[in-house]
Design a protein around this ligand. Structure first.
Ligand code: URA
Length: 442
């Protein structure tokens, strides 16, 4: 295989055959295709897209680029959940322990921050000692023992996604339907799942731009799961404002812990319960959404879900004391209240500007080798549609120093828009996509 010929063909809008995708990915993982060549290929895919057959071939090649988890010996159903990426989206941190505390095995393989969106692994690693770079043997043993693991791609498992993910982040090629679909589904299909719930975000803070693209992304991933014996349910949820209040790695862990103690913000809990209800039905422990919701509420109020989070943290080397005392999380060096610059309705809270500001504060990566500052971020209490008075506190900025506070202040000034009239935000949960088709959920 001459990689330059493949890049050239894709650059000019042509197609690659399945064997060519396999050869390309195998050579990339072996180090025979350089990062610069892969970056060029990613840009060609970004510009021209892939059809569904090419996306399936790329996904399969990525999935087979390393070893795969085998869990069938457990006998029960195994369900995971993944988001296509957003700002303030910490539902995975809540759902992994919540659903596994109700008896469904949850082997979760998550991602890092991508572009302006946050990543579950970066958030979890803000817990002192917590490791997500687990070997497959350790991950498997942990699922056998406590029913849940949250881990990342590695040099052993889906290594192709590890490299390509970092390159997409560094080359502005994250926002592509086939690249998001193959990245997510290569990881999920390597986990030996029986069911998968996807949170497909839409709106200005998501990686896909409009409803049609979100439906195409959801349909592509549902079909990839079906072709590989994994039932997939996708919910389309709003990302035209941040989810919940906290944005930033340690701040989001703290909010997830509050949610597991029954004190999560309403929008975060609504999305969490909707996704969790799908997971519990796919996991065979709830007959319908109402029963699932009741079981989740009991798991939260009894402390069972929070205890499962402690078990997962402890099993992965972290300090489980964080669940009782989130103050052990890394703290920001400086913080400042942000007050409404006028009275009126909160018309918009723009997630993309806030996600980008988080990266600028050090809470995300601009380059592949950047280290994350886990303590920085925002807590934004104002939601679209709220009425606020001049000078009323609507957010708090957490930064390393005064320069970071100034960056955060500028970002909030342009992202929190207050006007005489309220805007029309997207419905929180709008569509449900399965192999049976698309239904409206609002
Ligand atoms: N999550 C992933 O794992 N990959 C993407 O491309 C987007 C979200």
């Amino acid at each position: 295989m001459l990689v330059t010929r493949l890049i050239e063909r894709k650059r000019d809008g042509g197609r690659l055959e399945p064997a060519e995708w396999t050869a390309l990915i195998r050579s990339y993982v072996a180090g025979d295709v350089s990062d610069s060549q892969m970056a060029a290929m990613l840009m060609a895919i970004y510009v021209h897209g892939l059809d569904r057959m090419e996306t399936a071939a790329l996904t399969d090649a990525m999935r087979r680029s390393g070893a795969q988890l085998s869990l069938a010996h457990l006998g029960g159903l195994r369900v995971d959940k993944h988001s296509t990426g957003g700002v303030g989206d910490k539902t995975s941190l809540i759902l992994a322990p919540l659903v596994s505390s109700l008896g469904v095995a949850v082997p979760m393989m998550s991602g890092r921050g991508l572009g302006h969106t946050g990543g579950t692994l970066d958030k979890l690693e803000s817990i002192p000692g917590m490791r997500t770079d687990l070997t497959l043997a350790k991950a498997r043993a942990q699922v056998e023992r406590i029913g849940c693991v949250v881990m990342g791609q590695s040099s052993e498992v889906v290594p192709a996604d590890r490299g390509m993910y970092a390159l997409r982040n560094a080359t502005a090629t994250a926002e592509s339907v086939p690249l998001v679909a193959s990245s997510i589904m290569s990881k999920k299909l390597a986990e030996d799942l029986t069911g998968l719930v996807l949170d497909v975000k839409r709106g200005s803070g998501s990686l896909v731009h409009d409803l049609d693209e979100a439906l195409e992304l959801a349909g592509t991933m549902v079909a990839l799961g079906d072709a590989n014996g994994c039932e997939v349910v996708a919910l389309l949820t709003a990302m035209d404002r941040p989810l919940g209040r906290a944005i930033g790695n340690a701040l989001e862990v703290e909010e997830a812990i509050h949610a597991l103690s029954g004190e999560g913000p309403p929008d975060l809990m609504a999305v969490t319960y909707a996704l969790g209800a799908e997971m519990l039905q796919l996991g065979g422990v709830a007959a319908d959404a109402d029963e699932a919701r009741r079981r989740m509420e009991v798991a939260i109020s009894s402390g069972q879900a929070a205890r499962k989070l402690q078990e997962v943290i402890e099993a992965q080397g972290g300090n489980p004391g964080v669940v009782d005392d989130p103050a052990v999380l890394p703290q920001a060096g400086a913080c400042e209240l942000f007050e409404a610059p006028r009275r009126g309705f909160v018309a918009r809270v723009e997630p993309r500007g806030i996600g980008r500001a988080l990266v600028a504060l050090g809470g995300g990566r601009a380059g592949p080798d950047d280290r994350i500052d886990p303590g920085v971020g925002f807590v934004i209490t104002a939601k679209p549609g709220d009425w606020v008075e001049l000078g009323e506190p609507v957010a708090t900025i957490f930064a390393r120093d005064d320069a970071g506070i100034a960056t955060g202040r500028a970002a909030l000034r342009s992202s929190i828009v207050i006007a005489d009239e309220a805007d029309h935000p997207l419905p929180l949960i709008s569509h449900r996509v399965t192999m049976d088709g698309v239904t409206r959920a609002d």
